[in-house]
Design a protein around this ligand. Sequence first.
Ligand code: ATP
Ligand code: MG
Length: 379
Amino acid sequence: MPLNRPHKPEELYAQVLENISDGVIALDMEGRISLINPAAQTMTGISERQGLGRFFAHLFQGQKALTQLVERCLRQGRTLSDHDDIVLTPASSPALPISATVSPNYSDSGELQGGILILRDQSKSRELEEAMRQADRLSMMSTLAAGLAHEIKNPLGGIKGAAQLLGRELPTDSHLAEYIEVMIKEVERVNGIIEELMDLSRPRCARMGEVHLAEILQEIVLFQRESAPPKQIDFHMLLDPSIPPIRGDQSLITRLLLNLIKNGIEAIEDRGELTISTKVDSELHLNRPGQRPVPFIQISIRDSGRGISRETLTNIFTPFYTTKIRGTGLGLALCQKIVGEHQGFIKVESTPGEGTCFTISLPFIRTEQGHQPHCSEPA
Ligand SMILES: Nc1ncnc2c1ncn2[C@@H]1O[C@H](COP(=O)(O)OP(=O)(O)OP(=O)(O)O)[C@@H](O)[C@H]1O
Ligand SMILES: [Mg+2]
């Protein structure tokens, strides 16, 4: 079978530049663009036609850190990088954090001829960093909450016992019996919250087994469809049928998905849409010592509800943070803990007034692949 290989080195170089996922922009000594590969065009939103022959500093006027980096490289003839401060804002696409490296381009005779700028998409690693930060915050809160819950539970038991004793002492027709009932009910309610909080902070060994994501999602939606009225919610299921069962704790994963779906439903006023989708995300891999890297399964739960403001977004995973009259604010904190116990991560995107999308990524560990149960550290 004839192989369709490029024959000349130039053809190979051109093909590499066409296909590489990093953006490459070549510049002459005046700072004019002499090459912009397809990845750089996508990242910057500048086409080859718009870019070739134009001054880099003009095209990227709003990007001071980037233009100064390029300018310094051309002036000093040395490689310079910026991995933190550059966020590209191409028209009609979301902002893109990138790392940039500019290297001098020397001719064979050693003459400086311009620079080569390499742009690398950092959005995935920024998301991972944010997920780690959230997990750290949660672990600190959990330690605090565990201590507090413990301290509250005992006196609460005492109050309930005393109220019951008091109730027994009252004459049967006493109107005060009603107050005793309220006391006991309220104590039980607080106790329920404490139990949930302890769930969040208790060291626990996840019971790993076979988890059928599609089945769990379908069951939850079936049940929520029944209980959602009087709201009118269109549920859309876009589940990848090729995803086999994965390794996980069935009851924890069910709680995780149920919490997110309930939040989505609660965010919808009277009518709206809830779309649940699953797919394999091969861009990210979980590396485990001595084993093959595994990709992630991505589960997205998108609602067309009220959305979350930027300020609220930074708080939603904090235990007890709630904007609902009857919420405990523990739902998402628990979701984050469950995702962490499965070596996955959770992220959220939201536009106020338009809706919210929670995306969970869980490692695609098949049930036959050996994997030790994961226990959280004692809090
Ligand atoms: N899909 C969503 N749309 C809009 N806001 C949301 C969504 N999911 C969560 N939130 C916001 O995040 C807050 C925290 O959510 P979380 O699930 O932790 O607690 P809750 O839903 O308020 O209470 P509980 O889960 O105990 O019923 C919510 O009060 C709400 O303000
Ligand atoms: Mg909730």
